[in-house]
Design a protein around this ligand. Structure first.
Ligand SMILES: Nc1ncnc2c1ncn2[C@@H]1O[C@H](COP(=O)(O)OP(=O)(O)OP(=O)(O)O)[C@@H](O)[C@H]1O
Ligand SMILES: [Mg+2]
Length: 362
């Protein structure tokens, strides 16, 4: 059975500055959790506290209910890939990957076979006899992944393990890592600032901002039902428009009057008429129609499967929508009328710190 990790009110201070502020979190047995958040929000600090590199200023780390806060790194039995890769420079790549199995005193043939299996997986078997210093950054990252997977640990800590790899390799490896850890029943904490990576590999995403957990949920939930403007903005892409609740449709949907007077329909909500709100609608939920919010196309970018059309709406806001890549796209200067998928148009309270403050990365 894979271990469960519990963070109990963890804080980490550097001087007066809280890099991690009062985080409590359970990572269940065999769960694959990604920690997502902007640069500097405390992801690496949190991983270092969990793996035992740093002792938290406050709070406890528990593994299967046992307090390990004072247990040093080498006794926590975790496989890890740190952000600044730390392969043993004086060992060959093969010996690096064999390290875990050797410490566990597996039979020698099994040590070798395991190391070779994972080096092959990351397409580095042909470099087995070379030293880490003879590899590029991305190649070292692959060896570090192989070493972590081969370690035999039931907990894996991955801090930006794929950041130095090409897009295609990154995509292949992330699915491979997920497949293997699920097969082996390993509990994983994977740090990334790549929201697409987080969406595609996680059982659950923990969104961090400025040292705190901001939102948490399964990828689909957090994407479809973000609990805050920041979550809607940071995970995926979205259009944010300010307005006031102006009434209700007979089906109970919220009517929102936007700047300039145009009214749109949004999801059901518990707001009251007159409340200042922000609506969030993703580009894939905005369509052109014969009537709607007037907008003028300012740019069109081909993204492969779709065109991303950027417009300036009559509200004065930029508003983006998608057109299938198989269809003809509008041109800059064209006038369009836009309507929203109302069920997918979220309504949030207008934040006291202003919209800019709500989406700022700090
Ligand atoms: N050893 C340290 N001493 C002082 N401040 C630190 C130290 N390590 C990290 N910090 C600060 O703590 C904050 C969080 O850093 P951390 O490395 O955890 O961010 P991160 O979320 O991993 O960012 P990135 O995505 O850029 O890797 C930053 O403001 C950083 O400057
Ligand atoms: Mg980091």
């Amino acid at each position: 059975m894979a271990p469960k990790i519990t963070l109990d009110h963890i804080s980490m201070k550097f001087g007066d500055f809280y890099a991690v502020h009062d985080i409590s979190l359970d990572v269940e047995e065999g769960e694959y959790v990604t920690i997502l958040g902007p640069s500097g929000c405390g992801k690496t600090t949190l991983i270092k506290v969990i793996s035992g590199i740093w002792h938290p200023t406050e709070g406890r780390v528990l593994i299967d209910g046992e307090d390990v806060t004072d247990v040093p790194l080498e006794d926590r039995d975790m496989g890890y890939v740190f952000q600044n890769i730390a392969l043993f420079p004086n060992l060959t790549n093969l010996a690096n990957v064999e390290y875990g199995p050797r410490v566990r005193a597996w039979p020698p043939e099994e040590q070798r076979a395991t190391a070779e299996k994972y080096l092959k997986l990351v397409a580095m078997l042909d470099r087995a006899g070379m030293f880490p210093g003879e590899l590029s950054g991305g190649e070292q990252q692959k060896v570090a992944i192989a070493r972590a997977l081969a370690s035999g640990s039931k907990i894996l800590m991955l801090d930006e393990p794929l950041s130095a790899l090409d897009a295609r390799v990154r995509m292949e490896l992330r699915y491979e890592i997920r497949r293997i850890v699920k097969e082996l029943g390993i509990t994983v904490l994977h740090v990334t600032h790549d929201q697409e990576e987080a969406m595609s590999v996680s059982d659950r995403i923990v969104l961090m901002r400025a040292g705190r957990v901001h939102d948490t949920g399964a990828p689909l939930d957090i994407y479809r039902n973000p609990q805050s403007i920041f979550a809607a903005y940071f995970i995926g892409e979205t259009n944010l428009l300010e307005g006031y609740v102006s009434g209700w449709t007979k089906n109970g949907r919220t009517k929102v009057r936007l700047r300039g007077g145009h009214t749109v329909r949004a999801e059901k909500s518990a707001f009251a008429t007159g409340d200042a709100v922000v609506i969030s609608v993703r580009p894939e939920n905005v369509y052109t129609a014969d009537d709607g919010l007037k907008a003028k196309v300012v740019s069109v970018v081909f993204m492969g499967t779709f065109w991303r059309v950027r417009t300036v709406a009559e509200t004065g806001d930029y508003l983006e929508y998608n057109v299938s890549g198989n269809h003809a796209a509008p041109r800059p200067g064209d006038q369009v009328m836009l309507v929203f998928n109302k069920r997918m148009t979220k309504v949030f309270a207008r934040p006291a710190e202003g919209l800019e403050g709500a989406i700022s990365l700090e």
